[in-house]
Design a protein around this ligand. Structure first.
Ligand SMILES: [Zn+2]
Ligand SMILES: [Zn+2]
Length: 354
């Protein structure tokens, strides 16, 4: 049994510390997971920077590891099994859970989301139903990024992705890239990506996008909607998109991208808002009526998204390795957060036992 449980703990704005934490007791339906790898993302970084976390919170929510102990009532997990940890504690009894959407549970507690401790520790105790088996051929580094891939799978479900569609993705950060990977795995006909940084666009094209574009900056005095509409017409024409894209994904959080996304859609198209922008964003709603468009949000993932993400990795339909630009031992988590914040890396994975 474990004697050490080092954890990466928020102690103040931009300050984390490695602390020893007690291992939570394993209840009837719980498993104890020896955590091997944990990806860090923008929301961890948001916590890291925050001045208003209510306690010394263990960070992290994108973890995988090996089951070290199972509760007496657990029949479908075994000691030694490799698993990904679904970090949401959904109540399974609220009106949303019972209709199959624990991602929008009214009583959701989420690892690493104040005040629920996260998974950046050597050990975590979770409900056995929160673990999803991973086959041997998925590396631990990749296993540390299953949670964000599951979010991209959920987006694929929300967009009903299929092989006949065209897709525009705004934002080539980790989320945009994972959405691209899932779209290509599902055979989406043409994916065009947009980002304000040329290097990110170049990376996305290497990673599978059919075309990548850096949009021009809007000049002073030019009206936003006219700018977005002109640019949309130009892109659709230049890249032979017919009457517009079937799907546009906003994964940057920039207002102008939401406007362009809506302008670029064909009649009946779907815009998925995946980026977290400012609380009030101005978009051309009249086009929703004129073109009978849909706008959908997406948050976290629904049942089976983790298994589908793992399936994509195991069958080599998605390769996360090019996205994982560095790994850090948990003992150097402070440096990992600095690096994540500097946005020099695409995806950082922390090795929890090191
Ligand atoms: Zn995340
Ligand atoms: Zn619920």
């Amino acid at each position: 049994m474990a004697e050490s449980n080092r954890a990466c703990v928020w102690v103040g704005p931009r300050q984390v510390e490695v602390q020893q934490r007690p291992i939570e007791p394993v209840g009837e339906n719980d498993v104890l997971v020896k955590v091997i790898s944990t990806g860090i993302c923008g929301s961890d970084c948001h916590n890291w920077e925050s001045a208003s976390v209510s306690k010394q919170l263990v960070l992290g929510h994108e973890s995988s590891g090996i089951i070290e102990k199972v509760g007496p009532a657990v029949k479908d997990r075994t000691v030694g099994q490799r698993v990904a940890v679904e970090p949401g504690f959904a109540c399974m009894t609220c009106e949303f859970c019972v209709r199959g959407n624990p991602n929008i549970c009214a009583n959701l507690k989420y690892c690493g989301l104040d005040p629920t401790d996260g998974t950046l520790s050597q050990y975590v105790t979770v409900k056995s139903s929160m673990t999803v088996p991973i086959p041997e051929n998925v590396s631990w580094e990749e296993a540390g990024s299953i949670q964000p891939l599951a979010i991209a799978v959920q987006l694929g479900r929300r967009a009903s992705l299929n092989a006949h569609q065209t897709m525009a993705i705004f934002g080539c950060g980790p989320l945009g890239l994972l959405i691209l990977a899932v779209a290509k795995a599902y055979g989406v006909r043409k994916v065009i990506v947009f980002d304000i940084e040329q290097s990110r666009v170049d990376f996305a094209v290497k990673y599978g996008a059919d075309t990548g574009v850096v949009p021009p900056q809007k000049g002073q005095g030019i009206e936003s909607l006219a700018f977005a509409q002109d640019y949309a017409n130009q892109i659709v024409k230049q890249h032979d998109i017919g009457s517009g894209f079937d799907i546009a994904v906003e994964a940057s959080g920039a207002e102008i991208c939401s406007q362009m996304a809506i302008c670029m859609l064909k009649n009946g198209g779907t815009c998925i808002q995946a980026g977290l922008g400012k609380p009030l964003t101005s978009v051309p709603l009249f086009l929703l009526t004129a073109k009978e468009l849909s706008i959908k949000g997406i948050v976290r993932y629904t049942p089976g998204c983790f298994a589908d993400a793992i399936d994509l990795l195991s069958r080599k339909k998605v390769d996360l390795k090019p996205l994982i630009t560095s790994t850090y031992p948990l003992t150097r988590c402070s440096e990992a957060f600095e690096a994540q914040h500097a946005r020099k890396e695409i995806k950082i994975v922390i090795m929890n036992q090191e």
